[in-house]
Design a protein around this ligand. Structure first.
Ligand SMILES: [Zn+2]
Ligand SMILES: [Zn+2]
Length: 219
């Protein structure tokens, strides 16, 4: 299972024309399936970065929108001309096209082989995160972590032990809850990136557009 960051406020791979912008999006590629997690704020930038990273939006089989903030679902509409019929797992009311089959996951559920959503977790803004199972263990993929990393981890652990976390960690500062992890890749809105770097120098992996994480082979 391979993760590619296609939308973030930082650039990871330089010199191939990738654009940074406030927001988050990550493509999950499995052998027979491609899942898009969040869509960034601006569809043009999303499609541009996907193109430059060799990811064809026509291959998207499922879409997951972590929460209703514009910097995560803003690019959704621009995908409509490219996609076939896809399931969209989101917590809002409407999807922008009949090609998108709306699913509201209220409780943890399996959405694909080796992939679970935490379902709706209450917070300042309701949000869902994904649990991705690889040979190395289960990883958590988050949008902004508005319900709190602790709460998200607690729910994710009902699905199984978690060995790593990738995504936005917003104002998170209870670093001790990450003590048992092997990988922390703080993206997007993570407020305390430098403090995390100092606290976990051996397991921090920098995020940014173009970053690829192969979960089956480690980082
Ligand atoms: Zn955000
Ligand atoms: Zn947010």
């Amino acid at each position: 299972m391979k993760l590619t960051i296609v939308y973030d406020n930082e650039i990871y791979v330089k010199d191939i024309g990738l654009k940074s912008d406030w927001g988050f999006s990550c493509v999950i590629e499995k052998e027979y399936e491609t899942i898009l997690f969040d869509t960034g704020a601006n569809g043009k930038i999303l499609l541009h970065n996907m193109k430059n990273l060799g990811i064809n939006p026509k291959n998207i089989d499922k879409i997951v929108i972590s929460h209703e903030h514009w910097d995560h679902k803003g690019g959704l509409k621009s995908l409509v001309p490219y996609i076939k019929d896809v399931e969209v797992y989101h917590l809002g009311r409407e999807v922008p096209s009949e090609k998108m089959i709306s699913i509201n996951p209220e409780i943890p559920e399996k959405i694909s082989e080796d992939i679970w959503t935490t379902g709706r977790l209450k917070g300042l803004v309701d949000e869902q995160s994904l649990v991705l199972k690889s040979k190395n263990g289960r990883y958590l993929l988050t949008g902004c972590s508005h319900p709190g990393v602790e709460k998200i981890l607690q729910t994710a652990k009902q699905i199984g032990d978690i060995v790593g976390i990738v995504g936005g960690l917003h104002g998170f500062n209870k670093f001790y809850v990450l003590n048992e992890l092997d990988l922390i890749c703080p993206c997007h809105c993570t407020a305390h990136k430098q403090d995390l770097q100092r606290a976990f120098p051996d397991i921090i992996s920098n995020c940014g557009v173009g970053k690829i994480i192969d979960l089956n082979e480690g980082i």
